[in-house]
Ligand binder design. Structure first.
Ligand code: GLV
Ligand code: MN
Ligand code: MN
Ligand code: MN
Length: 411
């Protein structure tokens, strides 16, 4: 049963629809309806422009960028006062992603602040809304790039040298080396709350518009380079080939099997082939393994089992395998006190769910008390144009975020 909200009437519904319509076309591919919103590109810059304008119109006294591409809008007492409540998420998408993964958390945060302002409430603690940079890692390969830089989990020199698929470095895209760890910013944050579209069907099955996250599975990305020998597809005897595509195909099936055995998740969603010609045996197949599991031991065992099987198969195929870990996100448990506050404002019986998706909240959780809430996704699909959310559920998310903010920071 949901409890009463401090925000009365239908206001968030119409405001949500209006705000959503303002950004809906930015970065959307007309054919598929999917979004191409990558960090430090024109669509994200336009979204950030919209963020600045909206925040300032709603009374933000400062909008700052932290040197890592993360944008902060501040309301109420000066952030230097400390113990700030920070809300937000990310604007960027995966290639041809949905529109809700990320932006819903930012738009909801801005509207929650506005709803309290319109209800005449004031803040006793500094309140911030953040738009984190390149959460998906779709352009530079490292997920949660902005929050990792902010917290010092990613070395700024290593980050500066990361390149996108066109060979543009992060330093070039940002117009300079990222600033790296900002302990003075982190020290000012007393709580971080990220609202996010649910990326599964748990809330649909439970008939609940919103839910609370308990934690995040450990997960990571590994690059697999399979090297063989380029040769003629027509004239090379089947027995004379060193074909890395075979090793790769076997490894994809092995990853699927090993994940199922352990109740984990394994995906190979990106692949590059050289020379990538129909009539040539490949010289190189490069694939990326995304692996996740309920605990670190299971994740290690899963990736190790894939490595052993792939290496064994490579020996038989006359190919070689090089495995490189590109990122690892440890398991996260969200803050007990904040989750209790969320359950109070969401009402007893609100679903509490674990997730296997990565979030900036997972990175922040190692440094400040952090929590997440999810909004129902009727299709249960995410990282795809089929991702969806109802306006009423989104407005409910805004109302509940406003209630939480009022409880944490209201006078
Ligand atoms: C981010 O959305 C991830 O979990 O890959
Ligand atoms: Mn995502
Ligand atoms: Mn996201
Ligand atoms: Mn994500």
């Amino acid at each position: 049963m949901l409890s009463d909200s401090v925000v009365e009437g239908p206001l968030p519904n119409s405001q949500f629809q209006r705000s959503w319509a303002e950004i809906a076309a930015i970065g959307r591919d007309a054919g598929s309806g999917g979004y191409l919103r990558y960090g430090f590109t024109e669509p994200v810059r336009r979204l950030e422009e919209w963020f600045r304008d909206t925040a300032v119109a709603d009374g933000a006294h400062t909008v700052t960028e932290d040197g890592n591409g993360n944008l902060f809008a501040w309301y109420g007492p000066a952030p230097e006062q400390g113990d700030a409540v920070l809300l937000g998420s990310h604007f960027d998408s995966v290639p041809y992603g949905g529109g809700y993964d990320g932006p819903l958390g930012i738009v909801s945060a801005l509207l929650a602040v506005r709803a309290l302002r319109e209800a005449g409430r004031e803040f006793r603690r500094p309140v911030g809304v953040v738009a984190f940079a390149e959460e998906e890692g779709s352009r530079f390969g490292v997920p949660c790039l902005g929050s990792r830089l902010l917290t010092g989990a990613l070395d700024p020199d290593r980050a500066a040298a990361l390149t996108d698929r066109d060979g543009i470095s992060l330093a070039e895209a940002m117009g300079g080396r990222p600033a790296g760890a900002r302990p003075e910013t982190l020290d000012r944050i007393g709580a971080f709350v990220e609202l996010h579209i649910e990326q599964g069907r748990a809330l649909v099955d439970l008939g609940a518009p919103v839910g609370v996250a308990s934690g995040i599975w450990p997960h990571g990305r590994w690059r697999l380079d399979f090297t063989g020998e380029a040769n003629h597809a027509g004239t090379t005897r089947m027995t004379d080939r060193r074909d890395p595509m075979l090793t790769f195909a076997f490894t994809v099936l092995a990853a699927n099997k090993e994940a199922r055995l352990r109740g984990g998740h394994a995906t190979v969603g990106r692949v590059e082939v050289e020379p990538n010609a129909t009539n040539a045996i490949p010289a190189l197949v490069r694939g990326w393994l995304d692996a996740r599991a309920a605990d670190a031991g299971t994740l290690d065992a899963l990736v190790e089992a894939v490595r052993v099987k792939a290496a064994d198969r490579a020996a038989r195929d006359g190919t070689t395998l090089a495995l490189t870990r590109e990122s690892l996100s440890p398991s996260v448990e969200f803050d007990g006190g904040l989750n209790a506050a969320l359950r109070r404002v969401l009402g007893e019986g609100v679903p509490v769910l674990p997730t296997a998706a990565g979030h900036d909240a997972g990175i922040l959780a190692g440094h400040v008390p952090t929590a997440m809430l999810f909004v129902r996704n009727p299709t249960g699909v995410s990282h795809s144009p089929a991702e969806s959310a109802g306006d009423d559920d989104c407005a409910e998310g805004v109302r509940r975020l406003a209630d939480l903010l009022d409880e944490l920071a209201g006078q």
